[in-house]
Design a protein around this ligand. Structure first.
Ligand code: SF4
Length: 337
């Protein structure tokens, strides 16, 4: 008679350290996870799922996003079709307040608790902040939903203004590891982004900060990025996978293989056991139809419904039906207040 093999290696260690004790994996441990062979993927996803269920619970947070100002951004983030510096097809456009309120209503109908107002800018100017203030007031009068903003880099004064408007969460992505950032953006620095995030946190708003995987970073840099995020301790981490957009400098990069994308999701969960880990853009192209299910059973506990900013996402119903299938309740607004 043979006995079951004793588990050794990084997954056994992670089971004891992260699942049992709730202590995150450090950078070198995350790297070991990212280096696991594909035949350990199922085991890894199951562990990441157990960690998420134990330290976050079964609820899934649903969020909608709307673009208040699209395209024409002066920055040169090499993945972004909204930069005005590349030949990408997205052109500058503004949304009016009634359309913003309507989008918030539709988002609330899906059961979403967060509605994020996004603008493609380096940072907000007075006109944009006035528009955001008017938009938030109009939404408040008609819709019961928490409001998040993503308006680029902020000054202290702007942070204070947004906090006074009652913005619940602020999104600003570090995008990639500090060491890889100069290969991705040259018009501003990683530290400028970090400073905005610290000010947001100190002002009492929730911090939402993630990035994009598959931008030519090494596995070491992917682990470094997970450690960078762990140091920041964001409330939410949106994980995107590069969807190479025509006309951008990263338009010819290869799409990340599905197994590598899923391994990364699970590794980030083990580095961030208590964070809201959200599937954001690019997952359809990387993971296909099965991706949502595997991700939600592999460490993810939040989704964006409907369309993303510049590319088409899946219809909201598909994601919400999936959550019903998986018997995962949508987090209610009252739980988050
Ligand atoms: S990622 Fe943001 S800051 Fe960078 S080019 Fe796109 S809209 Fe501008």
């Amino acid at each position: 008679m043979t006995s079951a093999p004793v588990q050794t290696g990084i997954l056994a260690l992670a089971r004891e350290q992260v699942l049992e004790r709730g202590e995150a994996l450090n950078e070198s441990q995350v790297l070991e996870v990212l280096q696991l062979p594909d035949d350990r993927l199922e085991e890894l996803l199951a562990l990441a799922h157990d960690v998420r269920m134990k330290w976050c619970g079964p609820e899934v947070e649903v969020e909608g996003i709307i673009s208040l100002k699209t395209g024409g951004c002066p920055e040169d983030c090499h993945f972004c079709s909204q930069s005005g510096l590349f030949q990408s097809p997205v052109r500058a456009a503004w949304l009016d307040i009634p359309s913003l309120v309507e989008a918030a209503k539709q988002t609330a109908k899906t059961g979403a608790t967060e509605f994020c107002i996004v603008a493609a800018v380096r940072g907000p100017d007075e006109r944009l902040l006035a528009q955001v203030a008017a938009g938030i007031e109009a939404i408040r009068n008609e819709v019961d939903i928490q409001i998040a903003c993503s308006l680029g880099m902020l000054t202290q004064e702007q942070v204070d203004q947004l906090a006074a408007m009652g913005v619940h969460r602020y999104n600003h992505n570090l995008e990639t590891a500090k060491s890889h950032f100069p290969n991705v953006v040259t018009t501003h620095s990683w530290d400028e982004r970090w400073n905005t995030l610290r000010m947001v946190r100190d002002a009492g708003m929730e911090v939402c900060c993630g990035g994009i995987l598959g931008m030519g970073e090494s596995l070491e840099q992917r682990a470094e990025f997970a450690a960078n995020l762990a140091e920041l301790e964001p409330d939410e981490v949106p994980l995107n996978f590069l969807n190479p957009r025509p006309g951008t400098p990263f338009g010819d990069l290869e799409v990340l293989p599905a197994s590598e994308a899923l391994k990364s999701v699970a590794a980030f969960r083990l580095a961030l056991p208590r964070t809201i880990l959200r599937f954001a853009g690019g997952r359809e192209i990387t993971l296909g139809d099965l991706g949502a299910k595997q991700g939600i059973l592999g460490g993810i506990n939040a989704v964006i419904v409907g369309n993303y900013l510049t590319t088409l996402g899946r219809p909201a119903e598909q994601d919400l039906d999936l959550l019903v299938d998986l018997q995962m309740p949508i987090k209610a607004l009252n739980d988050t207040l």
